[in-house]
Design a protein around this ligand. Sequence first.
Ligand code: NAD
Length: 264
Amino acid sequence: MIDPKAAPDTEYARYLSPVDRPCLVTGGADGIGAAVVEALARQGANVAFLDLQTDKAAEVATRCVDADTAHAPIYRIVDLRNIDAMQAAVAEMAAEIGNFAVLVNNAASDDRHTWQEMTPDYWDDRLNTNLLHQFFTIQAVAPAMISAERGSIINIGSSSYMMQEDFFPGYAIAKSGIEGITQTMARTFGPHGIRVNTVLPGWVATERQLDKWWSPEGEAGTLAEQAIKRRIYAKEFAQMVLFLAADDGAACTAQQFLVDGGRR
Ligand SMILES: NC(=O)c1ccc[n+]([C@@H]2O[C@H](COP(=O)([O-])OP(=O)(O)OC[C@H]3O[C@@H](n4cnc5c(N)ncnc54)[C@H](O)[C@@H]3O)[C@@H](O)[C@H]2O)c1
């Protein structure tokens, strides 16, 4: 079994613009979000994140401190489905480290379910978990970005709805809505120097994916669909997020960037 946290042994680019930049990441305690928090912190950014998982959040912060990052990430344990609590936590963290110039809307849950099992309550829960907070985190950080006339909002989507994956309709349908947020808000915020993009994983070999959903047949099927015949790692996904968080991505907005090994 390949270590899910490993990635090709590559010396990644260093960007100058994120140094000291306040960045907010949702779902930063695990998987792709944790890789994004660590990648930003290693670039010298001042990172804050939100998550439900207390122990894993502490582990991410400790890994950054152990790596001697310029700023130790701060975090709050918040359920993002509670919009008032989330917005209060964002305001508190901005008061602590500065107004956010980067938002990475990452948290989600890809729990399996069928269309027959769906109820109105579960529909609401899937949309609240996978879509609603992405809009309201934007609402929380945008006023300061507008005042500063700069900002980068990176919404993490999923190629699942494009691939017509039918084993989690509430998740895939919510993820398709993220594209609507990106297109709409890119137009709204463009005149204020704020970029809004979606970055979409195909299959990224995170701990949760390997623990909960992995099977030899499933992985063989994914690799058959990918042009690149190996696992894609969270650390590699984070590199696209970094490019968009940095000023190097300043001309990119209203785009979808797939980091999926060329999956069709
Ligand atoms: N890993 C993949 O193969 C894959 C594929 C397609 C899309 N994605 C997307 O990438 C992003 C990250 O996925 P991942 O695989 O790293 O997932 P993950 O489950 O490993 O991490 C998600 C994090 O979000 C947190 N979270 C979930 N619901 C929350 C809530 N209500 N409040 C606060 N925190 C919450 C979790 O605690 C967890 O730390 C998600 O948007 C996901 O939809 C991942």
